[in-house]
Design a binder for this molecule. Structure first.
Ligand code: KIV
Length: 266
């Protein structure tokens, strides 16, 4: 399993791979495939719980997912996403919640925000909690940033992102997620900062990439942003398999003779 030091040391040597997972079997499959890091993202709210955005996600929902992922991927570096208002209200709350993720097996936590969360990051790191930063499009701020827009297109936004990355590094993050940042700026931050950047919708120059598992697998076919590449069309596969099952049960082809138990069999 990677650890924080090794993750940082891989910067510039090879690309890092990260995907989200929320359940035992998803985690098992990602570990089997050899992923570097699993993020139990608060995107769980969208893709697992059917919420409109990530704001309603609570610690209990995240903890249940983190524990399941740890059971499924005992040898993979797991990062737990701190949900909305689980770290912002007070340092005590941030410490308690981040600590509870580590107690159930997470290797690190991720929290959204730049300069405004730097003091929380610093305190957590000083207490022994590895922290991954997350800047650019930060979905927990959707109501104040005016929707899900590409970041870094104007001077003020560039300045804020560059400054936030520096502040997070100064506070001790071991890595930073850059979400929906224009490629040139993501490249600049990647070059300037000593910790690996993990991009989502932020172009080719980041130190690693992350995608939401459901997007990569083609489960959520309604969501088709340009930065997603579908490596499978799982929704079609599942709907087709379930339709076949329905037909076969209805017309008596399932169960067949080889699916049943008889008195004379051992
Ligand atoms: O919650 C999540 O899945 C994330 C990734 C999109 C980086 O934060």
């Amino acid at each position: 399993m990677l650890d924080v030091k090794r993750i940082v040391s891989l910067k510039g040597k090879r690309k890092l791979t990260m995907l989200t997972a929320y359940s035992y079997f998803q985690a098992r499959m990602l570990e089997e495939a050899g992923i570097d890091m699993i993020l139990v993202g608060d995107s769980l709210g969208n893709v697992m719980l059917g919420y409109e955005n990530t704001l309603p996600v609570v610690m209990e929902e995240m903890k249940s997912a983190v524990a399941a992922v740890r059971r499924g991927a005992p040898n993979t570096f797991v990062i737990a996403d701190m949900p909305f208002l689980s770290y912002q209200p007070s340092l005590e709350l941030a410490i308690e919640n981040a600590g509870s993720f580590l107690k159930i097996g997470a290797n690190a936590v991720k929290l959204e925000g730049g300069q405004e969360v730097a003091s929380i990051v610093e305190r957590l790191v000083n207490l022994g909690v590895p922290v991954m930063g997350h800047i650019g499009l930060t979905p927990q701020y959707v109501n104040t940033i005016g929707g899900y827009k590409v970041q870094g297109r104007d001077e003020a936004s560039v300045k804020r992102l560059v400054q936030s990355a520096k502040e997070l590094v100064r506070s001790g993050v071991f890595s930073i997620v850059l979400e929906l940042v224009i490629e040139e700026l993501a490249g600049q931050i990647t070059e300037e900062e000593p910790v690996p950047t993990i991009g989502i919708g932020s172009g080719r120059f980041c130190d690693g990439q992350v995608l939401v598992l459901h997007d990569l697998l083609g489960v959520n076919m309604e969501f088709t942003p340009k930065f997603v590449k579908r490596y499978a069309r799982l929704r079609e596969t599942v709907v087709s398999a379930v339709s076949d099952y329905i037909s076969e049960v209805r017309d008596g082809r399932f169960p067949a003779e080889n699916n049943v138990f008889k008195k004379e069999e051992k």
